[in-house]
Ligand binder design. Structure first.
Ligand SMILES: Cc1cc2nc3c(=O)[nH]c(=O)nc-3n(C[C@H](O)[C@H](O)[C@H](O)COP(=O)(O)O)c2cc1C
Length: 145
C-alpha cells in the first residue's frame, strides 16, 4: 500500500498547495461541517494547520476535531504533521502538539504556510520510511502467527 495523507486546509489553501506538491495519495477533510466525513480504512498521516487563539486554545480546526472524534480515524493515524506561521512564536504549528498529546501519536514534522522545497523533500522521504517500517511490522506479525 502506498503512503496516505489526510489533511485539512481552509479557504487560504496553504496546506492544500503543500499536499499537491507532495504528489501523494491524499484525502481532504471537508471545510463544510455539513459535508460527510471521508471514510478512512487504512493507515495514514494527518496534516493539520493551526488556528489558535492567543491562549493556545482552538489550535485544532473544528473540522479536524470532528474527524478525530471517530475512534476508527484515531486508530489508523500513524502521526501528525503540523503547519502554521512562525509569526505566532511559541504557538507555531501548535496543533501538532495538541493532537500528539490527545491522540498519543508522534508529531512527525512541522512546516510553515505552503512549505519549502526542503520540507517537500523531507516529508516525502519521511513518509516513504514510515510506510517501509509499517510493512515490515506487518510482515513480522504475519510470521509470528
Ligand atoms: C485566525 C488565524 C489564527 C492562526 N493561528 C496560528 C497559530 O496559533 N499558530 C500558527 O503557527 N499559525 C497560525 N495561523 C496560521 C495558519 O496556520 C497558516 O496560515 C496555515 O498555513 C493555514 O493553512 P490553510 O491555508 O491550509 O488553512 C493562524 C491563521 C489564522 C488566519
Amino acid at each position: 500500500m502506498e503512503p496516505l495523507l489526510v489533511y485539512f486546509s481552509s479557504k487560504s489553501l496553504n496546506t492544500h498547495r503543500f499536499v499537491l506538491s507532495l504528489d501523494m495519495r491524499s484525502v481532504r477533510i471537508p471545510i463544510s461541517m455539513k459535508e460527510e466525513m471521508p471514510a478512512i480504512t487504512e493507515p495514514y498521516v494527518l496534516i493539520c494547520p493551526t488556528y489558535a487563539d492567543d491562549d493556545g486554545s482552538k489550535a485544532v480546526p473544528k473540522q479536524v476535531i470532528r474527524f478525530l472524534n471517530d475512534p476508527r480515524n484515531r486508530e489508523l493515524m500513524q502521526g501528525v504533521i503540523a503547519s502554521g506561521n512562525r509569526n505566532f512564536g511559541d504557538l507555531f504549528a501548535y496543533s501538532g502538539a495538541v493532537i500528539s498529546k490527545k491522540c498519543k501519536v508522534p508529531c512527525l514534522y512541522k512546516f510553515e504556510l505552503s512549505g519549502t522545497l526542503e520540507d517537500i523533500k523531507n516529508v516525502k522521504q519521511g513518509m516513504r520510511k514510515l510506510w517501509e517500517s509499517l510493512k515490515q511490522t506487518k510482515q513480522q506479525h504475519l510470521m509470528a502467527v
